[in-house]
Structures are given as structure tokens and as C-alpha cells.
Design a protein around this ligand. Structure first.
Ligand code: MG
Length: 230
């Protein structure tokens, strides 16, 4: 199938079994080191937000100006990545049902696989390497590339074209309203969205957001492959 399928990571491909997750701790530790305040990500509704956007929104709530935020942002993202890589434990992440089989099948069919994730690149890479999924993805756009998720969709498609993807079907697979909206606002033509209710959004929310296909999960890969072949 001449197609490009762009996957979100958290709660689409895998979930963290730790509470709080290492990534969540990384936010608080990095912000403390770079901006000097104690805080946490739950100040904002971060479902489907990019990590960079979460940092910006949290800091704004604490009264930091745009220029103050910008001044420390790169350092803060770098510290997050370092903290994550130093502290993540093997076994923290659990791959969701159907995911391995779906990726394997799509790859066998010659579909190009990519990532569109709010995770900073070093965090995304480490998570997926830890569960032996990183090598499936030929291209990706990450929360370290832009705070804006729609930018990431555009960027991933551009990178896929550079890697030889010829115009064809493009799908975004994700678990939140923001994944769906990002695809719709990306300006990429003929892009379709496949939403899975394995995260914190209900099938009804995802449908209302305009997802082209909504599934409870990715367990039944034939249903998912069927949606892609239509
Ligand atoms: Mg997600």
C-alpha cells in the first residue's frame, strides 16, 4: 500500500506503568533547575499537547514573560531529555494490544511508518527503543521541533517525502482530540485521522472532533487495516 501512517506515541502505542511517570518528573525537575520554581504539568490540560507547548503554558501560568520563557526553553528541554534518559527504568512502558502486529503488517505491506508525537525526540527515541519499536519508524516530528502539533504533522509529511514517499494516502493515528485537530489544521491534503480511545478521550469526544475513524483500541488490526484500505 502506498501510504504514510503517522503514529502518536503516548496512549496510542504504549503507556507508562509508573505513577508519576519518569517524563512527568522530568518536567518538574527541568523547570526547577532552569526557571527556579516548583510546579507540575497538571496545571494545564496537557492531553495531546506537545512537551514544548506544555512547558510554555505552565510557565505562562506562573507569570513568566514570552522572552523569559524563550530564554530558557532549549536548556529546559535538554535537561528534560537528560533526566528522562538517566532515570527511566526498563519495564516502565507497556506496548498496547495490537500495536506490534499492526506495525509489522504495515511494514510488510511497504507502508511508510512515521511518528508525530509531542514527546521531545530523545524521550520518544528512548521509550520506543526500550520496547523494540523505534526501528519501525522511518521519519518523525517531535515536541522538540515545534510547540504546535499541526506543524509536526506538516513536518513529518515533508520528511517522508524527502525519504521517498510518493503522494498517496496519509493517516494520523492518535488518542486525543488534539491529534485529530492537528491533522485537520495541518494543511496536508487528503489526510485522514484514525482515533483510538486508549487514552483519556472518549470515542464520542473523538468523533465530535472530526476523526474519520474511531476505534476502542488497536487490538483488531483487521478493522484498522480495513479503514486504511478504504
Ligand atoms: Mg497520546
Amino acid at each position: 500500500m502506498n501510504a504514510l501512517v503517522l503514529f502518536d506515541i503516548d496512549k496510542t502505542l504504549l503507556v507508562s506503568k509508573l505513577r508519576p511517570s519518569t517524563q512527568r518528573m522530568a518536567f518538574s525537575i527541568a523547570i526547577k533547575e532552569v526557571y527556579g520554581i516548583d510546579t507540575h504539568v497538571d496545571l494545564v490540560d496537557h492531553r495531546g499537547m506537545t512537551d514544548q507547548q506544555i512547558l510554555i503554558e505552565v510557565l505562562k501560568l506562573h507569570g513568566f514573560s514570552d522572552s523569559e520563557i524563550k530564554g530558557g526553553l532549549l536548556k529546559c528541554m535538554q535537561r528534560m531529555g537528560e533526566f528522562f534518559n538517566e532515570n527511566v527504568r526498563s519495564g516502565e512502558f507497556e506496548v498496547l494490544g495490537g500495536v506490534r502486529e499492526l506495525l509489522k503488517t504495515l511494514q510488510r505491506e511497504g507502508t511508510m511508518l512515521g511518528l508525530v508525537t509531542g514527546n521531545l525526540k530523545p524521550i520518544a527515541k528512548r521509550k520506543l527503543e526500550g520496547v523494540n519499536l523505534w526501528s519501525y519508524f522511518k521519519v518523525g516530528a517531535f515536541g522538540s521541533d515545534s510547540p504546535n502539533r499541526a506543524d509536526l504533522v506538516r513536518l513529518a509529511v515533508e520528511r517522508a517525502k524527502e525519504e521517498g514517499f510518493k503522494p498517496g494516502k496519509i493517516f494520523v493515528v492518535g488518542d486525543t482530540i488534539r491529534d485529530v485537530e492537528a491533522a485537520k489544521n495541518s494543511g496536508v491534503r487528503n489526510i485522514k485521522t484514525i482515533a483510538v480511545a486508549t487514552g483519556d478521550c472518549s470515542p464520542e469526544d473523538l468523533r465530535k472532533a472530526g476523526a474519520d475513524f474511531v476505534f476502542e483500541d488497536l487490538e483488531d488490526i483487521n478493522k484498522v487495516l480495513g479503514a486504511m484500505s478504504r
